[in-house]
Write a protein that binds this ligand. Structure first.
Ligand SMILES: *[C@@H]1O[C@H](CO)[C@@H](O)[C@H](O)[C@H]1NC(C)=O
Ligand SMILES: *[C@@H]1O[C@H](CO)[C@@H](O)[C@H](O)[C@H]1NC(C)=O
Ligand SMILES: *[C@@H]1O[C@H](CO)[C@@H](O)[C@H](O)[C@H]1NC(C)=O
Length: 582
């Protein structure tokens, strides 16, 4: 068990982190979860998930490997790493022939499912065949979480003595590959702000006239993979680059501690000021708390705490999260996006179980309404978005279900997992793998099996039913589901020269405190309902859960805005906010 040396963190937080990374030790007092009936069911379900994974994996190997991803309906392939994050599919490289993306993404899942033989076969194929000196423009964020994260995690698993590779001596080949890739990322960070370009060519670096536009998650969620690479290689450049970008990004927050969604890396100006917890921002929040767990810096915790309070104060409405303008905190879009479903998992890390549970339930209700989770759902009209009606086998709801089960051992979450597994088999399984859903209203399919289905969706469902991999180990998962170990040695301070202090405009800790939402600018806490002891934080960031359906009828239902201390009013659609009455 590692020892944490932090003083400023609440006991609840550490308790939750402790239980999360030691799942077998905690909550074993819950009788229902230990019921033999559940044990048998968990075994049965884990075998069903395993079947699902191998159906996806074997079909990939047969029809698509060594290309990037499987097209399960036509039983062919797509070299999609060059397209990821690229909505217009521009600059597609003619000569790019794929980098075995789905194989890389499957490595850690193979270990978690106990298939060391196949893991080893895949490791040595990559060691012998993978090369990154390819003329292809890739999305830095996607390539980092999928390829670099997949390789770094698999390297750690390959050197773990419990997964001893038997066929030949492992000579850190995956780490060498990761290092080669990491070096190819570095030119992207060579900007006036230190914020990386969204795109980089693996062979030639940043292209001429490259777009300076990127997203908050694109430059704020690189620290786990690049930090791990630095810790493993002793070469600080990767961690420094990611940390500098993260600090710069944080310095761009508004006085409400909110960030926008897109920005210009050359000027450091925001482009889209509206943001939420979904697309374009999601993993930024996730990586602040996970970086704190992995590297133990107080700086990450302070960023996370301020950011989390900002989210709870300005985006949350009952169990839902809408978007708001970072400058004013005014609500902008009342939409549920399927990527938001990761949030309850993050809330488990800070012990906000009640809030996590209630949001998770609402997400699952939407899942049940359609059979899967639509990409966007209009909260005010309770209908699926007119154009974003797809479900590309996303993992986020399974991920939150896994975390909530670990934290509570409430068997209901296993029923959620079973229902999701059944839906996936019923609606998305085809002879050649698992297909995405193009329209949740018609369940029309799309010929694409995303690599994250193997890296995350299958993995989290499997871990929900069989968490033996986590037994006696302290791991956190990257945003792509690749496990990284929590090591006390990674918590040690790096030499002073390692992190030039004049690299960023990040304020001193003292200044950061003064502008945080925890400061004196919050309203007096509204007396808490004693039935919800977990909602302490929300007393400061208050949106009253006045009614069962979380809609207001009158202004009286809405309470006071935490920042301005003005009374909120109730909109025509039944939402609380600081609405301007016309
Ligand atoms: C490991 O994976 C390979 C490839 O899918 C499969 O043939 C083999 O049966 C698996 N082994 C185990 C123990 O699951
Ligand atoms: C989650 O919410 C449901 C319904 O609101 C409740 O019955 C259940 O006990 C809650 N579980 C936890 C772990 O808070
Ligand atoms: C940062 O500090 C180093 C060493 O003190 C100095 O050489 C460098 O010019 C400084 N950079 C900036 C941007 O101030």
């Amino acid at each position: 068990m590692l020892s944490y040396s932090h003083k400023n963190t609440s006991t609840a937080t550490w308790a939750i982190m402790f239980l999360l990374i030691s799942p077998t030790i905690f909550f074993t007092s819950s009788i229902s979860a230990l019921d033999p009936r559940w044990a048998a069911k968990r075994k049965r379900m884990s075998l069903k998930v395993r079947d699902m994974f191998y159906h996806a994996y074997d079909n990939y190997l047969t029809h698509a490997f060594p290309h990037d991803e499987l097209k399960p309906m036509s039983k062919s392939f797509t070299d999609s790493l060059s397209e990821l994050g690229n909505l217009k599919l521009e600059h597609l490289s003619e000569q790019y022939k794929g980098l075995a993306l789905t194989l890389i993404e499957s490595l850690s899942s193979l270990v978690i499912m106990g298939n060391i033989t196949e893991f080893e076969r895949a490791v040595y194929w990559l060691a012998d065949n993978l090369a990154f000196d390819v003329d292809v423009r890739v999305n830095l964020f996607e390539c980092n979480i999928r390829v670099l994260g997949g390789l770094v995690s698999a390297h750690i698993l390959a050197t773990d003595s419990t997964n001893r590779l038997g066929q030949r001596v492992y000579n850190n080949e995956l780490l060498s590959l990761a290092q080669d890739l990491g070096q190819r990322f570095l030119p992207a960070f060579d900007t006036p702000t230190g914020l990386p370009y969204a795109w980089v060519n693996l062979k030639y670096g940043v292209m001429e006239n490259e777009t300076p536009e990127t997203s908050t998650s694109g430059c704020g969620s690189l620290i786990l993979e690049m930090g791990a690479l630095s810790r493993l290689t002793g070469d600080g450049r990767y961690e420094n680059a990611a940390l500098r970008a993260l600090r710069k990004l944080w310095s761009m927050r508004s006085s409400l501690n909110l960030l926008g969604t897109t920005l210009d890396v050359e000027t450091g100006n925001w482009i889209e000021h509206s943001s939420g917890i979904g697309a374009g921002v999601d993993s930024f929040y996730e990586y602040l708390i996970k970086a704190h767990i992995l590297f133990g810096k107080d700086e990450f915790w302070m960023m996370f705490q301020s950011a989390y309070l900002g989210v709870q104060k300005y985006f949350r409405h009952g169990p839902w999260y809408h978007e708001a303008d970072m400058r004013t905190g005014m609500a902008t879009y009342w939409q549920l996006t399927s990527l938001q479903a990761f949030w309850p998992g993050v809330q488990v890390f800070v012990g906000d179980i009640a809030a996590a549970n209630s949001s998770h339930r609402e997400f699952f209700h939407v899942w049940e309404k359609y059979g899967v989770l639509p990409e966007r759902y209009l909260l005010d009209q309770q209908v699926v978005h007119p154009t974003e009606r797809y479900y590309p086998l996303r993992p986020e709801l399974a991920e939150s279900t896994f975390y909530l089960y670990q934290a509570t051992k409430d068997p209901w979450y296993m029923e959620v997992g079973e229902s999701m597994l059944n839906s996936l088999n019923q609606y998305t399984k085809v002879e050649g793998g698992f297909a995405s859903i193009k329209d949740v209203a018609t369940m029309q399919l799309e010929d694409h099996q995303h690599s994250f289905f193997l890296a995350e969706t299958c993995k989290y469902l499997y871990l929900l039913f069989d968490d033996s991999f986590l037994s006696g180990r302290n791991y956190i998962f990257t945003t792509e589901g690749h496990p990284l170990p929590v090591l006390s040695s990674w918590h040690e301070r790096l030499p002073q020269t390692y992190l030039p202090s004049n690299w960023t405009s990040f304020e001193s800790i003292h200044q950061a405190r003064q502008t945080s939402a925890m400061s004196s600018r919050i309203c007096p806490a509204i007396p808490l309902n004693s039935q919800h002891p977990n909602q302490q934080i929300e007393s400061a960031c208050h949106v009253l859960d006045a009614r069962e359906d979380h809609r207001c009828l009158t202004d009286e239902d809405c309470g006071v805005d935490g920042m301005s201390c003005r009374r909120r009013s109730c909109s025509v659609a039944g939402y609380c906010g600081l609405w301007l009455r016309l």
